[in-house]
Design a binder for this molecule. Structure first.
Ligand code: E4P
Length: 215
């Protein structure tokens, strides 16, 4: 399953790229704010570190503002993807950008209807937020299952980026459901490869090796 890193932190991206696990990066204004640096500078640096898509979000809320920003952001790097909010203005901008061959990621999707609208408007990627749905007592992974079915039923080209992932269960179930991409927050990284039984197993093998050599 393709992985994007849900971070704007360069060190994290460099470290995980060396493991061969990074197929792209998703950012948002909150993640970039954490870095305390200029938005454009951060996106350009990230885009030079990974060859896959790097999602950069617009700040404007009106379609004309979104489009003006989108055209500028699209010039920052060849692999940049314009992230747009799931609103009527966002759909307008998505459709206009699709007509110009500019890739988009429609974000803040919380219902199957929203996902279907974004896909129909021409989004390259749609980002349903599973964790934020779970936070309000709704099973976020049901939305992934519904969107998968809708995309297959109508042969839509949009790819699902499972976003707002909070735990390894989200990631495993999203992959089992066949979601196209999962975007992983830095906080989750060690649990991708760590398991207590692995650590116990390594210790036991080493202890047995050492005792056999001591004979
Ligand atoms: C990615 O596209 C989203 O911006 C991100 O996954 C949101 O995650 P959060 O709900 O943990 O902020």
């Amino acid at each position: 399953q393709p992985f994007h890193l849900d971070t704007a932190n360069e060190e994290e991206i460099k470290r995980i790229t060396k493991l061969g696990l990074v197929d792209g990066v998703t950012t948002n204004p909150s993640l970039i704010a954490k870095e305390g640096r200029d938005h454009k500078e951060v996106i350009q640096e990230i885009s030079s570190l990974v060859s896959g898509p790097v999602s950069a979000e617009v700040i404007g809320t009106k379609a004309d503002e979104m489009l003006e920003e989108a055209f500028q952001i699209a010039e920052w790097a060849p692999n940049v993807v314009i992230k747009l909010p799931m609103t009527e203005d966002g759909l307008y901008a998505t459709n206009a950008l699709a007509a110009k061959g500019i890739k988009t990621n429609v974000t803040l999707i919380f219902s199957a209807a929203q996902g279907l609208m974004a896909a129909k408007a021409g989004a390259t990627y749609i980002s349903p937020f599973v964790g934020r749905l779970d936070d309000i007592g709704v099973d976020g992974l049901n939305l992934i299952s519904d969107l998968n079915t809708i995309i297959k039923n109508y042969n839509l080209s949009a790819e699902i980026i499972v976003a707002s992932i909070r735990n390894i269960g989200h990631l495993e179930r999203a992959a089992t459901l066949g979601a196209h991409i999962a975007t992983i927050p830095g906080s989750l990284l060690p649990s991708l490869w760590k398991h207590p039984l692995t650590d116990i197993g390594i210790e036991k093998f080493l202890a047995d090796y050492r005792s056999s050599q001591a004979i």
